[in-house]
Design a protein around this ligand. Structure first.
Ligand SMILES: [Zn+2]
Length: 194
């Protein structure tokens, strides 16, 4: 009986994981039908080559599938604007507009910029749970996992490692940080014209 329960539980999580992959495949098909969107070319390097160009933590996460401890990553509590690119190959993967506070201690998004820029695979490394691994489709970097308990409209939660990402801030955001006085001045002058 216990064995049957284990088998049923396993079937349940496998179905769940397969459902996530099917919904991502649908999004990829939809993106495929849009004009002017090209599938990016693969970037291939050996682990020795990646080790030379990446910070050690990023190498361990992206190429060795390590997980950074929750709450330690530089983007976990970042809620400014920007584009999150793959730290390995620079492909723009996630937009800050899709980022939300999941309370997990890892940066979380409910959708990628283009579903074709990410790849997914079933991950059996945790004996308690079959998870769906998320990778960069261009260079196969391990980014994290995707779960189906995220917010609308996708219901997905891409739970990523900060070490696998590189934030590209929009020019306005960088200006606001480096020249706060200029920003205040601009706001005042705008208020005067209204
Ligand atoms: Zn990449």
């Amino acid at each position: 009986m216990k064995r049957l329960f284990v088998l049923l539980s396993l079937a349940g999580v496998l179905a769940c994981s397969a459902k996530i992959e099917a919904s991502l495949a649908d999004e990829k098909d939809a993106a495929e039908n849009k004009e002017g969107m090209e599938r990016p070319k693969k970037v291939v390097k050996t682990n020795a080559e990646w080790a030379k160009i990446l910070p050690r933590e990023s190498f361990l996460v992206t190429r060795m599938k390590a997980t950074e401890p929750p709450g330690t990553g530089r983007y976990a509590s970042y809620h400014g604007k920007g584009i999150f690119a793959c730290i390995c190959c620079g492909t723009e993967l996630f937009d800050s507009r899709a980022k939300f506070e999941s309370g997990t201690g890892w940066p979380s998004f409910n959708r990628p910029i283009d579903p074709r820029r990410i790849a997914t695979e079933q991950d059996f490394s945790d004996p308690n749970e079959v998870r769906t691994e998320v990778m960069c489709a261009v260079c196969d970097a391990h980014l994290g996992h995707v779960f189906n308990d995220g917010p609308a409209p996708t219901g997905l939660r891409f739970c990523l490692n900060s070490a696998s990402l590189k934030l590209i801030k929009p020019p306005a955001e960088i200006k606001a940080k480096t020249a706060p006085k200029a920003k205040v001045g601009a706001a005042k002058s705008k208020a005067r014209t209204n």
